[in-house]
Design a binder for this molecule. Structure first.
Ligand code: AMP
Length: 310
């Protein structure tokens, strides 16, 4: 696990008549207990901050689903390997609070690391199982153990009825649903579609690391996924070939994986017994030192049909 210490920070002034900010578990508890009696249901949107329109869409979805919306902002060291970008992960708390206020958030929980892990790294963690060991889990060992552990803690601390997560991190969403099912956690998990820039690039806090040239190179990811999706009628091999063609021709990206899997990610969609129908096409690549991920839903045809012209 990465070093648990974090840079110091300050919370800027927020112009909002209703947004409350809790930085300790005690403040969180007090704020939850003192909410209006009419605010019965609580929705949680967990984030690592550096918020953008993708996060805003999750906040809006939460607003539609519950009377009291909590956003957490916590860069979780448990999900970063020592070699990863924990210390340089973008932090923009004042802007984040302004975005939360604009999107009708009632309460922001923004704890420091010591508040979440008062005894250091936890002894007991959530084991993500087989789906946690493939794709992102293969490239980032321990990542999903850290994610599931912090999400379980946040769900417990906030006592959320509903929690909203983005399809942008599709494998994370699948694993959180599985955790909730396997551990019988009393919360409804809602997935929200990926928000993209008009040119197709999936919004990500890490996009701010990209130079203008790297941002152009990064567009190959979404282009490859769209080409793959358009080749759906050609079957699994045709989808992967179409997406691969785009990635192979792209400059300035170093592909980690391109995978076509069942929607629950348990099976490779190229397996001989894999059923035709809904599947997920996922990609990860490094652009310079920045690791980007993206995915789309695809419909896998039998392979005898002609691909759609895109
Ligand atoms: P993060 O702050 O990157 O940990 O993300 C917090 C939540 O926002 C996760 O549920 C992400 O899947 C979601 N998210 C991040 N980017 C996007 C996006 N472009 N569209 C929709 N949701 C997103």
């Amino acid at each position: 696990m990465a070093d648990l210490s974090e840079p110091s920070r300050s919370i800027g002034r927020v112009e909002s008549d209703k947004l409350r900010i809790a930085s300790t578990r005690a403040e969180l508890s007090t704020a939850l207990a003192s909410r209006s009696a009419t605010a019965a249901t609580v929705a949680l949107v967990p984030t690592m901050g550096a918020l953008h329109d993708g996060h805003a869409a999750l906040l809006d979805e939460a607003r539609r689903r519950a009377e009291f919306v909590v956003a957490s902002i916590f860069v979780n060291p448990l999900q970063f390997a020592p070699t990863e970008d924990l210390s340089r992960y973008p932090r923009a708390l004042a802007d984040d609070l302004a975005l939360c206020a604009q999107h009708g958030v009632d309460l922001v929980f923004a704890p420091v690391v010591e508040e979440m892990y008062p005894d250091g790294a936890p002894e007991v963690t959530v084991e993500p199982g087989r789906v946690g060991a493939i794709l992102e889990g293969a490239s980032r060992p321990g990542h999903f153990r850290g994610v599931l552990t912090v999400v379980a803690k946040l769900l417990n601390l906030v006592r959320a009825d509903v929690a909203v997560f983005g399809e942008k991190d599709y494998q994370q969403l699948v694993l959180i649903r599985r955790m909730v099912q396997d551990l019988s956690l009393p919360v409804e998990i809602v997935g929200a579609p990926t928000v993209r820039d008009p040119d197709g690039l999936a919004l990500s806090s890490r996009n701010r690391y990209l130079s203008p040239e790297q941002r152009v190179a990064a567009l190959a990811l979404s282009r490859a996924l769209l080409q793959g999706r358009a080749a759906g009628p050609a079957g699994a091999a045709g989808i992967l070939a179409a997406a691969n063609d785009v990635l192979a021709a792209a400059q300035g990206i170093d592909v980690d994986y391109l995978a076509l899997r069942s929607t629950d990610l348990t099976t490779d969609a190229r397996a001989p017994d894999a059923p035709a129908g809904e599947a997920r096409l996922l990609v990860a690549a490094r652009v310079g030192t920045t690791r980007l991920i993206d995915n789309v839903a695809v419909t896998v045809g039998s392979g005898n049909e002609l691909p759609a012209v895109s």
